[in-house]
Each structure stands twice: as structure tokens, then as C-alpha cells.
Design a protein around this ligand. Structure first.
Ligand SMILES: [Zn+2]
Length: 806
């Protein structure tokens, strides 16, 4: 029994985001890439694998490359084993799948025949490749399509680890999803045929395995990552009217996740976020196709374990791709937070869960994340070759976004992210309309015979206006989501007149009528500046102006102090001497706002600055209030200057000053000073103290006068005086060496590792590199720098020449 969602999205072509919207910047840059990027480059890895002419095309690069020159398109049975078979780029093909999805979305959204024919060209190329693979007779089924042999799948069935294989079903999913998008969005029938055949091949492979084997496979770190295979197969089952694919989808059910989600048991700690997120989307599809409630319950249950307890201010999740402990945000800030493809999947999940439950909190998440993380993940530049999107969108002090990401997971999802901004603005039910996001846009609500224009100036405006054109033949209800950030007096007016409706932030406000041309619905949404504390540390706050997360521009790698104490209203509003309206005008005009001398930019800017997503509420260094009230006070002075990073890279000295209410009095021996470092015992203070302990230290000072009255103050200092340690590991690959550089720094963390060798410059190390063995020995120098700014002396690695000693 199928369970249709209560709401459905409109087609991509029915909604147009305004060219003046902030979202149009990223959309248009990505559409440019969709138009200029050659299909032959996407197909090159497939053609090489199938023995077809690559037409001189260079693959996209990075993860998406030709692989090792000695790699063969081994079948499921003749792979000689990793000792004898050099391989590389074993995820290749996934990027073409995402690119196909992007092209299909762009073609549907733009109604552009050139994009449509590019979809057709890419699909026709894949058909030719699939046929060439089938003609070899080497693969287990004619539906097999990949840019490598079938052996990765049989090795996964033997539970081969990540490293020997990558994630073969992940790539399979991206291809099948792209094909299904090409069919569903622009009606490419060939794509459905290919997806159908792939589905049959997948079914054949998995139906032979006992269920325990499949569970073991899916629990393998990375190797068993299958993206949203269950989602795509459930969709394919409906598109191809083939019930068997629903069974194939269920082969990917991961029982441990389903059970934990449905029972509300938290199992996410240390799990790979993006390995498991797409399957949750698939569970909602499986629920729709089968009516089995546990699928929906599981997806909702796991969602609740992520949002808000594992969510950073911009909506991202995870550290180094893994989830941390429950209800831990500030406590899980590292250097590699918030993988962008995880947010891509959370958004897909949020809109599906909303369509089934009508719970507006899913749309709160959607709005936060699509504006701040997703739009902010696209650099504000044009490129003919790169998606220019982030992988990690980090949240630590002094972070910066590393854009580009051709051929990575986030590069792939990033292609799609920016050409579908219109997909969640409006949903519709039987005869009603849901306006979910206040993005300037126009909707062709064909069923109702209406066009709806939304004007908001979002995210810099303070009202939403819906203007109707056309004449509805019957009454329709319009539900408008009142943004959670709206503050103060909210009013809904129809054609200038107040209505009975009571808008409540975070809820939908509804109005039913027979809509006609000239009707105008107007909601005031006053913005405010607010500080949102991290769930586990009220002193770490993200600053929002209306919906916009503000990033503090600063090179500091220690936490950035910001005066918050005493400025917060009970509802989280922040008291400033500038109104939110003035701040919004500043942002619109100059792209930045200045608060207490610190420059902030919107998280969605697409800029290259170093930033702080969280600021730290700082204590006053001197308890002035105490002085005024007649109590003694104390000040903490640090004799050295910190390095530009904010860290002390030499041990700092602390001096205390006592201040008495009556400045004329002789304070000499009547005041007693004490010092406490990082929660230790209070120690009498007589002379300046050197702080030699490394790390972030809490310094507290206390003063007591003759009458027993005390004053205290405290501040944090960050000390890292030792450089990081790096080492190189090498792997022999016959005629070359693969070199990987590792670095650790227990105190401030590693900022970067750099290296140079003959013919290279002192560049930042990103991933393992290969040096061919030449006649002469080669010297590779490398060194790491920590976030405090300490750099270790250069280390040397010597690669022997051909005839030299090993
Ligand atoms: Zn990713």
C-alpha cells in the first residue's frame, strides 16, 4: 500500500528564482559551467574503461581520473589481487552521474534546448559505453555500467576494505540517480532504459547473497558506502513499473540504522555522516512505495539525533566526516567540520520529511542551511572547469573555505546544489499552496490558474509580499511560513487591510479565498540581531542578522572575544546602538557590517576571508562594577603580546593589579591577591607568574580587602610554544614512490604541511603524491606549521635513484 506525501513540489520549470536574488549568483555561475563543460571530458573515464576512443579528452581530475595505467577492466572473477594489480581513482564515474543530474535539473529549470541536448548527448554516450561493455561478454549482466571493471563489486562481496576498493555502489548510485533525473526531469527514455538495465544487474548481484552478508557489506567503512541506492531503486520501481526493484531497494536496508532510528536509540557517534545520510532519504521513498511505517519512523528518528544536537550554526554536521557525541556542538569543533555533501543530503531529507509530516521545524532547518551553508559553499567567481564549491565548510576559529573540488563527493553534490534553489520554495497539496521559503521568485501554479510573485528582498528584507495574477475558479488556501527569525510585531495584510490571522514565527499562517489578479498578501517580518549559543556551551555564540549567519572576519586561530554579557535579551535578541534595519542596509550596500569594531560578512557571501563562525562571550577584564559598588577589584595583565594567531608562542607572564574603590586610599598591604590557573588551587600572588602549561588556560584572579570583601575576574589565554611534528610514509609502486605526509600537533592543531622537491615549489600538501624514480636521488623537504604559527624545522626525505642503494 503506497503512502503518498501530503505535499508535492512543483516542477523545476514552474518556479523561477529572481535574477536579483542572492541565490541567482551561484545558480548562474553553475549554469555557466553546465553549458561550457565538455561532455567528452565526463565520458573519458568510461570510454577508456570500455576500450573506446576517448577523443583526446582529459578527465575532470582529482578523484575523477583515469586511474593507474596498469589497471585493467577486470571482470568479477579475474582481478589478480591488490598485490599484483595497481589501481587508483576507484570512485571514477560518480562525477559524471552528478553532472548528468545537474544538466537535467538545469535543462528542466531553464527550459533551454542546448542543455536538453547536452543531457541527450551524455546519455547517448553512456548507452554506447554500456553496449561496448556488454559486447565483451566479460561481465555478469548486460546492464553493467561503470568506468572500472566489475571486480570492485565482487571484492566488496568478500568484504574487501576501503583502500583495496573504494565505494562501488556509491558510484553506481550517482550514475543511476543521474539517469533517473534525466528521465524524470526531461523525459529522456534512453536514460530510463539504462537505469532499468542497471537495476536488473544490481538485483542479480545482490539476490544471490544471504541477508547477513549484505549487512556486513553495508557496515564496512567507506567500502560499503552505497549513497542512496535504496532511494533510486524505489524511485525506479515506480518509474519503470517494476515491483522487483522495490525488493532490490530493500537489499540495501541497513538493519542496525533502521532499528536505531525507529526506536530512538542514538548510534551515530563515530559513524560516517555522509555514508549513512542518503539511505535515510531512501527510507522515506521505501515508506512511500511500501507503506511500512518503520521506514519513516527510522528517518525521523535519526534526523532527531542530528538536528539540532549535532548541527553547527550554518546547518552543517560532522567532524572529519564523522559524527561526534550527542548534543555536542562546541565540544566537537575540530579543523574539518561540516562536509558540504552531508548538508546536501540533510536538505533532501528535510523537504521529504516535511512533505509527509507538515512539521515546520524541517523548514527551519531548510532555510538556515540552504542560505548559509549551501549558498555560502559556492565561491563568487566564474569557472569553465571547476564547480568552485567547498568540501568542508569549517566552523573553527580562523577557518577558511577551501573551494574548487572538481571530482570529489562535495564537488559532485555541489554541481546539483545550485541549480535547484527553486525546488522547495513552494509545495502544493490537493488544493492548497505552501510557501516555505521567502526567496524572491515567481510560481506558475497551473492547476489553480494562478501566477504568484514573491517579493521579499530576502535575506536582507523585512517583509514578504505575495502578488497573485489570474483568477482561481475555486477557493484555495495559501499557507505562508512565518520565518522563525521574524521578531516584533508581525502582521498579515490582504490588499492593504489587516486580517484576523495571527502570524507566529516558525508556523504557517493560512488564508483561504478565491484568489484573483491584483490580490496581495503582505507579511511583516522584522529582523533582529541575535546571538545563538552552541547547544553545549552558552559562551560560544553564532551571531545572526535575521536569517543570515554572520561570520566575524579575523585571522585569529584562538576564539574571538565579543562582548555579549549583559547585552542579551531574554529571547536571544542582542542590544546594539544600531537597528537591525540599519544593519541590513549596511550589508546590502557594502557586503559587511561592523559590530563592536569587528567586521562581519554573511555566511552566504562566497568570499575567501578567514572567519569565526562562533564568537566567545568575554568577561570584562576588570570588574569595574565592583569598583563602583565599593568593593575591591583586580585586573589581569599579560606582559607579552600574543602572536598574530592569538596564541602565545612563548610562555607568557601574568601580572595582577589590585584596584580599590577609594583610589586615594593607600592600598599597599590591605589587599590580598590570589591567582588560579585552569581550575587549580588558589595561590597567593606576590610576583608575576610564568604560565608554562600548554593549551587554553583559564586565568582567574581574586582580591580581598581588609573588610573581607572580594572582587574576581578571569580570562582565557592560549599557549602553544612547540611546533607540530610531521613524518612521511612511502609506498613503493614499482617505478615510483607514493609519499604521504602526516603531521600532529596536540595543542593548537596543524594548520598546514608543506613540501617541495626537485622541480616543485614550497606548496601546501593536500593528498598523497607520486614521484617517479629517476637516475638521480631526489630530496623532498617538508615541514608542518601549527595554528599558533609555530613551524618545525624542515625535514628531509631522500628517494634513491635507479641504481642507488635502497
Ligand atoms: Zn563530500
Amino acid at each position: 500500500m503506497t503512502q503518498r506525501p501530503r505535499l508535492r513540489p512543483f516542477t523545476l520549470g514552474a518556479v523561477r528564482v529572481d535574477d536579483a536574488s542572492v541565490f541567482a549568483r551561484a545558480r548562474d555561475e553553475m549554469l555557466h559551467l553546465a553549458r561550457v563543460y565538455p561532455v567528452d571530458r565526463l565520458l573519458a573515464v568510461f570510454r577508456r574503461n570500455a576500450g573506446l576512443d576517448t577523443r583526446g579528452a582529459i578527465p575532470p581530475g582529482n578523484w575523477e581520473d583515469f586511474g593507474h595505467p596498469d589497471e585493467r577492466a577486470w571482470s568479477e572473477a579475474d582481478y589478480p589481487g591488490r598485490e599484483h594489480a595497481p589501481t587508483a581513482n576507484l570512485l571514477r564515474g560518480h562525477y559524471a552521474g552528478h553532472f548528468l543530474s545537474m544538466l537535467a535539473m538545469a535543462a528542466a529549470g531553464e527550459d533551454d534546448p542546448a542543455l536538453q541536448s547536452k543531457v541527450d548527448e551524455l546519455v547517448a554516450g553512456l548507452v554506447e559505453i554500456r553496449d561496448a561493455l556488454a559486447a565483451t561478454g566479460r561481465y555478469s549482466h548486460y546492464g553493467f555500467l561503470a568506468a572500472y571493471g566489475e571486480w570492485q563489486f565482487s571484492r566488496l562481496e568478500d568484504c574487501a576494505p576501503y583502500g583495496e576498493i573504494w565505494a562501488p555502489y556509491y558510484t553506481c548510485h550517482k550514475l543511476m540517480a543521474g539517469l533517473l533525473d534525466a528521465y524524470e526531469l526531461v523525459g529522456n527514455e534512453q536514460a530510463l532504459g539504462l537505469a532499468n538495465a542497471m537495476g536488473r544487474w544490481v538485483h542479480r548481484r545482490l539476490v544471490r547473497l544471504d541477508p547477513e552478508r549484505r549487512q556486513r557489506m553495508w557496515s564496512l567503512y567507506i567500502a560499503g558506502e552505497f549513497g542512496g541506492m535504496n532511494e533510486t531503486l524505489a524511485r525506479l520501481s515506480a518509474a519503470a513499473e517494476e515491483p522487483r526493484f522495490l525488493e532490490t531497494a530493500s537489499f540495501f536496508d541497513q538493519e542496525s540504522v533502521l532499528e536505531a532510528g525507529a526506536s530512538g536509540t542514538d548510534i551515530l557517534t563515530d559513524m560516517h555522516a555522509n555514508q549513512h545520510l542518503p539511505q535515510l532519504i531512501g527510507y522515506v521513498d521505501e515508506y512511500e512505495q511500501t507503506g511500512e511505517a518503520r521506514y519513516l519512523e527510522a528517518a525521523k528518528g535519526i534526523w532527531d539525533q542530528i538536528v539540532p544536537g549535532r548541527m553547527y550554526a550554518h546547518g552543517g554536521t560532522g567532524e572529519s566526516e564523522l559524527w561526534g557525541p550527542p548534543s555536542t556542538v562546541a565540544g566537537d569543533v575540530g579543523h574539518r567540520n561540516a562536509e558540504t555533501c552531508a548538508s546536501y543530503n540533510l536538505l533532501k531529507l528535510a523537504r521529504k520529511l516535511f512533505a509527509h509530516t507538515l512539521d515546520p521545524t524541517y523548514m527551519d532547518y531548510y532555510e538556515r542551511t540552504v542560505l548559509n551553508h549551501v549558498l555560502g559553499s559556492r565561491r563568487a567567481v566564474r569557472s569553465d572547469t571547476s564547480p568552485e564549491v567547498t568540501y568542508m565548510f569549517p566552523v573553527h576559529p580562523g577557518a577558511f573555505r577551501e573551494y574548487d573540488n572538481v571530482g570529489t563527493c562535495c564537488g559532485g553534490t555541489g554541481l546539483e546544489n545550485h541549480v535547484k534553489y527553486q525546488d522547495t520554495i513552494y509545495f502544493h497539496g490537493q488544493d492548497d499552496l505552501y510557501v516555505n521559503l521567502p526567496i524572491d521568485s515567481e510560481l506558475d501554479w497551473e492547476e489553480a490558474g494562478l501566477r504568484v510573485r514573491l517579493r521579499s528582498g530576502y535575506p536582507l528584507g523585512e517583509s514578504i509580499t505575495l502578488a497573485f495574477e489570474g483568477i482561481a475558479t475555486e477557493e484555495r488556501t495559501v499557507h505562508l511560513r512565518v520565518p522563525t527569525w521574524a521578531a516584533g510585531d508581525l502582521e498579515l495584510r490582504l490588499n492593504g487591510e489587516p486580517t484576523e490571522a495571527k502570524p507566529i514565527p516558525g508556523q504557517y499562517v493560512s488564508l483561504t479565498r478565491t484568489w484573483r489578479s491584483g490580490d496581495e498578501l503582505h507579511l511583516t517580518t522584522p529582523a533582529r540581531l541575535r546571538a545563538e549559543p552552541a547547544i553545549d556551551d552558552p559562551r560560544q555564540c553564532a551571531i545572526f542578522l535575521g536569517p543570515t549567519l554572520l561570520l566575524a572576519r579575523s585571522e585569529l586561530t584562538t576564539s574571538l572575544p565579543f562582548p555579549l554579557a549583559g547585552r542579551q535579551e531574554a529571547d536571544g535578541g542582542l542590544i546594539t546602538d544600531t537597528t537591525a534595519t540599519e544593519l541590513l542596509a549596511d550589508l546590502a550596500q557594502s557586503g559587511v557590517v561592523t559590530l563592536d569594531g569587528i567586521e562581519f560578512e554573511p555566511c552566504w557571501s562566497g568570499q575567501d576571508t578567514k572567519y569565526h563562525m562562533y564568537v566567545r562571550s568575554h568577561d570584562a577584564e576588570i570588574a569595574f562594577g565592583a569598583v563602583e559598588s565599593g568593593k575591591p577589584a583586580v585586573a589581569i595583565e599579560i606582559l607579552e603580546e600574543p602572536s598574530p594567531s592569538g596564541w602565545y608562542t612563548t610562555a607568557p607572564t601574568i601580572r595582577l593589579h589590585a584596584l580599590e574603590a577609594d583610589a586615594s586610599a593607600d592600598t599597599g598591604d590591605r589587599l590580598r591577591l590570589e591567582l588560579r590557573i585552569s581550575g587549580g588551587d588558589w595561590q597567593p600572588y606576590t610576583a608575576p607568574v610564568l604560565v608554562e602549561t600548554e593549551g587554553v588556560q583559564r586565568i582567574e584572579a581574586r582580591v580581598t580587602d581588609a573588610d573581607g570583601r572580594t572582587g574576581t575576574t578571569g580570562r582565557e589565554i592560549s599557549v602553544d610554544t612547540t611546533p607540530p611534528r610531521s613524518r612521511a610514509t612511502v609506498k613503493e609502486l614499482g617505478s615510483s614512490w607514493e609519499i604521504t605526509l602526516h603531521a600532529t600537533d596536540e595543542v593548537s592543531g596543524v594548520e598546514r604541511v608543506q613540501w617541495e622537491g626537485p622541480g616543485t615549489f614550497w606548496g601546501t600538501f593536500q593528498e598523497a603524491f607520486v614521484r617517479a624514480i629517476g637516475p638521480e636521488p631526489q630530496v623532498i623537504e617538508y615541514a608542518a606549521t601549527d595554528r599558533a604559527g609555530n613551524e618545525e624545522p624542515r625535514r628531509r626525505l631522500v628517494i634513491p635513484g635507479k641504481d642507488g642503494p635502497r
